[in-house]
Design a protein around this ligand. Structure first.
Ligand code: ADP
Ligand code: MG
Length: 624
């Protein structure tokens, strides 16, 4: 081995960008570098603990993280006896950013204000590179635990585009990080300051964190343990303060914000486990990224097993963060085993219930917080009815809507509230789906409901139509789309403004003429009493696909059968009265076709042939 040989490598361009951000310290909160380094050391120790279960030949060590300060050299040193790194690991981990999505993350920072950048970076977790917030130069001395030789790797960089790698002698396994602090960062050379930071961020780390102190009396150096080194979730709930729960959450997620709520449970009996689940205050920036890593941190009998185990929560609860510590799963559990395991299935069931109950409790105890939760995560929760029929009712209870009576676009009404405000003769929960709140709110379908003062839920999120396929009823009340035919509506219309059964010759003749003009373009033609201000409307047949559903299919590139609507006419409308008196058949035909196009336009928000519609309209204008 050539001990002295030094190799120079260039950082991956994303790392350069990140380092640039670090060095020009966006950070208002510089001390987090220590949290990041201790968390890496603790991860490295978790990994070696896990490895030694699988490979008992590995040397048994007492895991610890040791911090020392050298004031003369202005260095702060963080040493661990964890898994360490090979040369390849070093190049991969400390020269590139392996995490997918980092590019798009960095991109998302462009043109953002510093305060927002700060928050986003905090959420993202800057990790090891945050050392350069406070350091001019950083050395990493490391040796992989399975490497039985005396050779290790030295990585060094001043964070400006390049780093050097040298082979060195290193006897002990693990990693030592040496920070050469910047001139203005003297405070991190103070023992009390370091103790404070460790207490604040890393108290709940299960590995002891020690600091070197000078014993004046005996004139020697000693190691003093700073943290309690006990897993937070193992402690009794009553002995954990809110602040401890909050700090643990921040450590777990890298989120700078406090969690909105949490639920900590210990279950004994056949399946023994402890779970600690959190609902964040803000959605992670990549919650809509399909590759977004989510899931709980898994422990088995207090031993860390893996991050982001998605097997314990369904997709629609992917915003929930936290840990699960099982006593029943085997220690050498892999993702494959987790996927086909009845213990996992049982845990998942229980955790889903816990999560939903936690949200239900929040909705009952703190409306303001619940509303903030809904505004952040409502769209994700709306995936629930399709994904989890077993808990349909619990999920439906958590949904929030806007409605005619709500007056604002914000979704604040629960189904329970809607039902308690129902008209005495009303049997169903009425809703309409549209492309936007404005278009739902102004839909002609609402005219009758507004007149009768019956509330209608206004749904305009893309997922709504999909969700409504799975919401059939709630507390015995069926859901009814008001853009569909619905015979139960007649019960609500006592004094009918229009006799829809009118069989007078005049009406029958008129309807027949319309039918003749429209032929197979529509399913049927009839009178309506749904309308007050609009001359006509189209409805979907009760067993046919709705317009919104057809749009979803089209957007997803799926074939859609041609939609045929029921064409309903409001005979009280002045325009209809006028048209019905036109004898000349060409002219009558133009008017009826224009009316159908109008109704289709209002329903779909677009027309197959807008050009034709405009030229027909202009032709009729000229006659005026
Ligand atoms: P993250 O911890 O989120 O993966 P970091 O930037 O903090 O990102 O660390 C990058 C990688 O470097 C880690 O995933 C790990 O593989 C490696 N690493 C960092 N510090 C240590 C350490 N003390 N011991 C072993 N590996 C480490
Ligand atoms: Mg890290």
């Amino acid at each position: 081995m050539n001990i002295q040989k030094k190799e120079t490598h260039s950082f991956q361009s994303e790392v350069k960008e990140l380092l640039h951000l670090m060095i020009h310290s966006l950070y208002s909160n510089k001390e987090i570098f220590l949290r990041e380094l201790i968390s890496n050391a603790s991860d490295a120790i978790d990994k070696i603990r896990f490895e030694s279960i699988l490979s008992p030949e590995l040397q048994k060590i007492t895991p610890k993280i040791q911090i020392s300060i050298n004031k003369a050299q202005r260095t702060l040193i963080i040493n661990d006896n964890g898994i360490g790194m090979t040369k390849k690991d070093v190049i991969e981990n400390l020269g590139t950013i392996a995490k997918s999505g980092t590019k798009s993350f960095l991109k998302s920072l462009e043109n953002k204000k510093n305060s927002i950048k700060n928050e986003l970076i905090g959420q993202f977790g800057v990790g090891f590179y945050s050392s350069f917030i406070v350091s001019d130069k950083v050395l990493v001395r490391t040796k992989f635990a399975k490497n039985t030789s005396n050779e290790g790797i030295l990585w060094e960089s001043s964070g400006e585009g390049e780093y050097n790698i040298t082979n060195i002698i290193k006897k002990t396994q693990g990693t030592e990080i040496i920070l050469f602090l910047k001139k203005e960062e003297d405070e991190f050379l103070e023992t009390w300051k370091i103790k404070n930071i460790v207490n604040k961020y890393s108290d709940h780390i299960t590995v002891p964190v020690e600091i070197q102190i000078y014993d004046e009396k005996n004139k020697t150096y000693l190691w003093e343990q700073i943290n309690k080194a006990q897993a937070l979730w193992v402690k009794n709930q009553s002995s954990i303060s809110d602040q401890e729960y909050q700090e643990f959450y921040k450590y777990l997620t890298n989120d700078q914000n406090n969690p909105l709520v949490w639920s900590h449970n210990r279950v004994e009996g056949n399946h023994e486990y402890i779970s600690l689940l959190y609902v964040p205050e803000k959605a992670a920036w990549d919650i809509w990224n399909r590759e977004n890593k989510h899931g709980l941190k898994l422990y088995v009998k207090r031993v860390y097993i893996m991050d982001n185990s998605q097997e314990f929560l369904p997709n629609y609860l992917r915003f929930i963060r936290g840990i699960i510590d099982s006593n029943n799963l085997p220690l050498n559990v892999s993702r494959e085993i987790l996927q086909n395991n009845s213990i996992t299935q049982n845990l998942k069931k229980a955790l889903v219930k816990r999560s939903l109950k936690m949200l239900d409790k929040l909705s009952k105890n703190d409306n303001k917080k619940y509303q903030s939760f809904w505004n952040q995560f409502g769209l994700v929760l709306k995936e629930g009815p399709a994904e989890d029929s077993e808990n349909l009712n619990l999920i439906a209870n958590l949904l929030r809507f806007t409605s005619i009576n709500n007056k604002i676009a914000e979704q604040t009404i629960s189904l329970k509230q809607y039902i308690s405000n129902m008209h005495e003769k009303q049997e169903k929960i009425y809703y309409i789906t549209a492309d936007s709140y404005i278009s739902a709110k102004n839909s002609p379908h609402l005219e009758l409901f507004k007149k009768k003062n019956i509330d209608v839920l206004l749904l305009s999120d893309r997922i709504d139509e999909w969700m409504m396929n799975y919401l059939v009823e709630f507390e015995g009340k069926k859901f009814q789309s008001i853009s569909k035919e619905d015979s139960s509506l007649n019960k609500l219309v006592e004094e009918k403004s229009v006799n829809t059964e009118d069989t007078s010759k005049e009406i029958v003749d008129f309807l027949n003429r319309v039918k003749k003009v429209l032929g197979s373009k529509v399913k049927s033609v009839r009178l309506t009493n749904r309308l007050t201000e609009t001359p006509c409307i189209v409805l979907s047949d009760s067993n046919e696909m709705t317009t919104q559903m057809a749009k979803l299919f089209t957007a997803a590139g799926q074939p859609v059968p041609e939609l045929k609507y029921i064409f309903e006419i409001n005979p009280k409308h002045e325009l209809i009265k006028k048209i019905s008196k036109i004898n000349e058949s060409d002219n009558f035909e133009e008017w009826i076709k224009l009316l159908l196009d109008q109704a289709l336009f209002a329903e779909k928000g677009n027309l197959d042939n807008p050009h034709k519609f405009i030229s027909r309209m202009n032709k009729l204008f000229i006659q005026i």
